[in-house]
Design a binder for this molecule. Sequence first.
Ligand code: NAP
Length: 311
Amino acid sequence: MIIGSGPAGLTAAIYAARGFLNPLLITGNELGGQIATTTDVDNFPGFPNGVTGPELYDQMQKQAERFGTRTVFDEVVAVDLLHHPFKIRTTSDEFETKALIIATGASPRKLGVPGENEFLGRGVSYCATCDGFFFRNKEVMVVGGGDSALQEGLFLTKFANRVRIIHRRESLRAGPSLQERMKKNEKMQVVWNSAIREIQGNGAVQTVKLEDTRTGAQSETPVSGVFVYIGHEPNTGLFKDQLAMDHEGYLIADARLHTSIPGVFAAGEVHDKVFRQAIASAGYGCMASMEAEKFLAELEHNGYPDANRQP
Ligand code: NAP
């Protein structure tokens, strides 16, 4: 079984299906994972003219199903990995599996300021692809200084009059090519050394309270949309107290993607906090699947291995 439908999960499914492992993939609520909410993907090999995130997801999904992957459109709510075969419970069913690939990925980190939850879907968003259209001829802010903030900010200039990048420092983390594109775009502007402390409005976002991170001075600025791109947190809550994790909650896996429990493998951003690229996640999906195949072959001959093995 594979949990997760991003590039890691779908690539694992393609390999597992082609290896006649009869994979069953549980998609989770966020179909396609983060890539499905990404606008333009220009760095995935094989697409010289770029591809949209949803298109890439669609192609991978079709490819996985072409070789016999069974897809369950449901969310996993509980797992028992302490007994073999492992038990996986979704909202509507229960499954057993001899090997499990965890590709649950990571989700956008929240700002954690007053108004963020209240105005979610009413001006606050974590997905420019999904919500950009609603901000035609309006002003929006994008929080963050990484590649995601700039890439999605550039996308938002298709709709918005002005896109302000709100960044807490005075230099960007984003790569040079996106910085160049931003500089050339007249609709974009960076507000350096600034942080949003509160999001305010009446039914929809109207203003934000901005703080100068050097002086602490606060001001209120009118704006219609706040797009948050400040990194991610791994989706590992389901595996707490069962699998080894690091202090940030990422799964710990060895170089061959074995987690702390034999027969459970980690693929993609659920354990990779360094590369975080769709192509890297797809690679991890391939590796996890090949390791799962070896594990299943050994299981058949030698039975279940020592459960106390640590990565
Ligand atoms: P990221 O690189 O971790 O950047 C997060 C940004 O948010 C940083 O600028 C950080 O500020 C800021 N930040 C973090 N916590 C914050 C908080 N509480 N309040 C305000 N600001 C906060 O995340 P990302 O941009 O999502 O990128 C993730 C990975 O995907 C990266 O490896 C990136 O290269 C990759 N990616 C690549 C592309 C591409 O190649 N075109 C596109 C998208 C993403 P500091 O800089 O001060 O730490």
